[in-house]
Design a protein around this ligand. Sequence first.
Ligand SMILES: Nc1nc2c(ncn2[C@@H]2O[C@H](COP(=O)(O)OP(=O)(O)O)[C@@H](O)[C@H]2O)c(=O)[nH]1
Ligand SMILES: [Mg+2]
Length: 225
Amino acid sequence: MNRVPLEKKVLSENDRIAADLRERFRGNKVLCLNLISSPGSGKTTLLEKTLDALPHSERVAVLTGDIQTENDAARLKRFGFPVKQITTGGTCHLDARMIERHLAGWKLDEIDLLFFENVGNLVCPSSYDLGEAAKIVLLSVTEGEDKPLKYPSIFFKSELLVITKTDLLPYVPFDIGKAEENARRVHPNMGILRLSCTKGDGMQDWLQWLERRKSGSATRAESLA
Ligand SMILES: Nc1nc2c(ncn2[C@@H]2O[C@H](COP(=O)(O)OP(=O)(O)O)[C@@H](O)[C@H]2O)c(=O)[nH]1
Ligand SMILES: [Mg+2]
């Protein structure tokens, strides 16, 4: 059985739509960030804390993906910003077509910052360009410091690593220095933030990173996808 040609065709079709999306984001000056992690690493929680911290004048929107349920969209809608759920019905990643379809009805010139919360998975989302300016990978301290070595593709393609749930460090044998060293073995120039959404530690660093990324977005529009 030879599965390569079909996979290539699907990916090249995805790349074509993603390139169109990237042009639209660039033309409308939308900074688009694609959040990727294992299920439960804290993507939705980070987005909740981010939306809660941003002023209501901020023009931010979220597309959140899951295999089933509208739970995450319900959590995120509470903050008053535009949010849509993408339910993939079994697919383990978001693709550019899903993004294109769910953007319908939103005016991109009224959005400055657009988050995608990808389906929880460290493998499949790394192959699918969504037209984002940057991928951001989250790794919680309960997942083990070897994950950048086991899943190098997503760590290589992500501009930023956010190590989440640092409040749990006293209770788990997670060597955070080693995790960062492993990430930099895969991606030497990777940005790394340490964060606890529960305690708030590192939240200011994250918000500052967002601000800096927004002001530099005109020149940093390419992802490594
Ligand atoms: N202790 C701790 N738990 C967290 C933190 N962030 C998220 N969680 C918990 O981790 C679980 C999964 O979080 P969620 O945001 O739904 O993860 P997602 O699947 O990546 O979107 C939830 O029970 C959260 O309350 C954190 O900073 N510290
Ligand atoms: Mg989630």
